[in-house]
Design a protein around this ligand. Structure first.
Ligand code: ME8
Length: 642
């Protein structure tokens, strides 16, 4: 089956922001997912370069429209590769091929009498570049641009859209998946329950020259939607390019709800007039908001993709956007929410699973995938969960429910992390009689990691590539072939993977929220001679309060050269610090990663074997054995222990 996925072509009256990046990341993810599923895919994005708004923006920038569109279109094109977005085609409505096809289509529709000349008076919104109906206004304003539309009266050309209203209603009713999610399908059907007006498709050149001239009347240019929507055809070579036949039947469009009406009503009726089958599906997503207001160039509350990549990295941005938004609903963007996801889902859950598993295979299996013995019930639980993950992932990705697909993957990441704790490979490694069991456990871990990696290719291509390289996987992955348990070959060489995601400091308030003990020097100087309590070794409450005890999460651990007693721990509490702990005889580095510990956070820094240490880890001493202090439940790193 062929698959043709498109984003809207974006207006070049401002630079790309997170909203544009989201639609384009979704299209890229779906195109990678379909390729992973063995489909033939074409992915198109581009820029919409004609119309009032663009002509105005060029005038404000004191350059010609042509210079202006070249500049901004290039900014859109250049924004995508750093986000690992790889379109097959970037279309511009100023491309000569596009202009030629738009004119040929206009002529055809005019010749068959589906375009006529008439006078029209209506409420025109500059922002939407279309006439609005009274019903669409909210308190007299355009709901998207929060401004009253202008009353305009002029002679223009009209497309007989109303002629195709009944056909469109029947088509939407007969094809439940034509517009999704369902709420948008219902919105369109409700709109269509009222008589549809014909569509104004021209502007007089006295008012606008920056557009495609009507082939049958040079005093007019094409109104932007009749020009813009046709990009979906011209981009695949309509009418007689070889790709057109191949891909049009698989056309699926991604848009946000702001341009639902042009895509769900104008576009299918235009296609019908052209005697072409409608596109296959329209996928409609909600808005990225900032403090409950739509992120938009006109409001100016935008986040730039380039800045996000610089701060968080490509894959963390892609993951956050896909995991945080339920496709179809609005979502709020905040740096805190992104940092929280990066720290918990990416650095802690995924990062720890990868680094623990690979380190154990290096230390306990000579960096080779071990051959497993028959699976136990505990192993089978992991196998079943991983197989279920693949089924759920396929279903949810195909339905654009990216957050659900990722939830399914993270469920298995959590299970695999637990599997490490319950099987305790570092204990098995101490007992030669357990070597088969150790091999089996490591194999199950690596195999679930391989299947997790497979699911991550469409979402985080860079991370998936690093994980594949670490697991010694070669060639182009395929869901059908590779999505089964047991494909990892024993004997394959495993490599360590560089740390996938750094931990980030959340808002300053989180790390400075702890009250620091106040040292009152005067009081100390005036301290009375030792009291009876002090003589007995008792301390006062104030003295106890001077101890800053905190919960920390071990995020990295390694042995210190030439010491059989010391481990160098990196602890998130919640800012990162290094603590050197004398626990190497009781705990291996692998087993420490992901552990919650209690630390003394306000010890003077010291150096042990040349390694600076900022704090101490609490542990009980049972003869030669050290047992780490623990809490009865998981709490966020940085919690004060009192
Ligand atoms: O409408 N949240 O172009 P446009 C989510 N040229 N997505 C957002 C968003 C937000 N806050 N802001 C923008 C046009 N988008 C026409 C389209 S298509 C034939 C012509 C994304 O530059 C989303 O995809 O105003 C939305 O539909 C699109 O940008 C609007 O882009």
């Amino acid at each position: 089956m062929s698959f043709y996925i498109t984003t809207p072509i974006f207006y070049v009256n401002a630079q790309p922001h997170l909203g544009h990046a989201y639609s384009t990341i979704v299209a890229d993810t779906i195109s990678r997912f379909q390729r992973l599923s063995g489909e033939e895919v074409r992915f198109q994005t581009g820029t919409d370069e004609h119309g009032d708004k663009i002509a105005q923006a060029a005038a404000e920038a004191h350059i010609t429209p042509r210079e202006y569109v070249d500049l901004i279109s290039a900014m859109f094109r250049d924004s995508w590769p750093p986000l690992s977005i790889k379109p097959d085609n970037f279309i511009r409505t100023t491309d000569p091929e596009h202009i030629k096809t738009v004119q040929a289509i206009l002529q055809k529709v005019y010749d068959q009498d589906d375009i006529y000349f008439s006078e029209y008076t209506g409420l025109y919104c500059q922002g939407c570049e279309r006439f609005l109906t009274e019903k669409e206004l909210v308190a007299g304003n355009c709901p998207d641009h929060l401004k009253p539309p202008e009353k305009i009266s002029e002679q223009n050309y009209f497309f007989r859209m109303s002629k195709y209203q009944e056909w469109l209603i029947d088509h939407i009713k007969a094809n439940p998946e034509f517009i999704s999610p369902e709420c948008y399908r219902n919105e369109v059907l409700s709109f269509l329950s009222e008589p549809l007006e014909d569509l104004c498709i021209s502007r007089p050149t006295s008012r606008l020259t920056w557009g495609i001239p009507l082939p049958f009347d040079e005093k007019f240019v094409t109104y932007v939607w009749f020009d813009a929507l046709i990009n979906y055809l011209t981009g695949i070579g309509y009418p007689d390019g070889p790709d057109f036949d191949r891909f049009w039947s698989g056309a699926e469009h991604i848009i946000a709800k702001d341009i639902l009406k042009p895509h769900a009503i104008y576009w299918p009726t235009m296609l019908k007039a052209l005697d072409l089958p409608p596109f296959r599906k329209l996928h409609v997503h909600g808005y990225w908001n900032i403090n409950d207001t739509k992120m938009s160039k006109s409001i100016g509350n935008v986040v730039r993709p380039g800045e996000m990549i610089e701060q968080y990295g490509t894959d963390a941005v892609r993951y956050f956007l896909l995991r945080e938004m339920s496709f179809g609903l609005d979502s709020s963007y905040s740096a805190d929410a992104l940092i929280a996801r990066q720290n918990s889902d990416l650095a802690n859950d995924l990062g720890n699973l990868v680094s623990r598993s690979l380190t154990m295979v290096k230390n306990f299996a000579g960096s080779l995938v071990p051959a497993p013995a028959p699976s136990t019930d505990q192993d089978k639980e992991l196998i079943t969960a991983t197989e279920e993950m693949i089924t759920e992932y396929r279903l949810q990705m195909a339905s654009f429910n990216f957050h659900r697909a990722l939830q399914a993957v993270w469920k298995v990441i959590g299970l695999a992390n637990k599997y490490i704790v319950t099987t305790a490979p570092w204990e098995l490694a101490k007992d030669p009689a357990q070597s088969d069991r150790l091999a089996t456990v490591l194999y199950h871990l690596l195999e679930s990691l391989r299947l997790i990696t497979l699911t991550l290719h469409p979402v985080m291509p860079g991370t998936a590539a690093k994980m594949s390289a670490a697991l010694g996987l070669e060639g182009t992955p395929q869901l059908n072939q590779d999505g089964k348990w047991g494909m990892l070959q024993p004997g394959t060489t495993i490599n360590l993977c560089p740390s996938l995601f750094p931990r980030l400091d959340k808002a300053q308030s989180a790390s400075t929220g702890q009250e620091k003990p106040v040292k009152d020097k005067k009081k100390q100087a005036a301290a009375p001679p030792k009291s009876e309590n002090e003589e007995k070794g008792l301390i006062s409450f104030e003295q106890f309060q001077q101890l800053d005890l905190r919960v920390g999460m071990v995020v990295a651990a390694e042995k210190i050269n030439k010491s059989d007693r010391l481990l160098k721990l990196t602890i998130n509490a919640p800012e990162e610090r290094t603590v050197v702990a004398g626990i190497a005889k009781s705990y291996s580095p692998e087993e420490m990663i992901g552990k919650q510990v209690i630390i003394v956070a306000n010890l003077k820094p010291a150096k042990l074997m040349g390694v600076p240490s900022q704090g101490m880890v609490l542990a009980a001493k049972d003869g030669n054995r050290l047992v780490l202090s623990a809490l009865a439940d998981i709490v966020p790193p940085g919690c004060k222990v009192s």
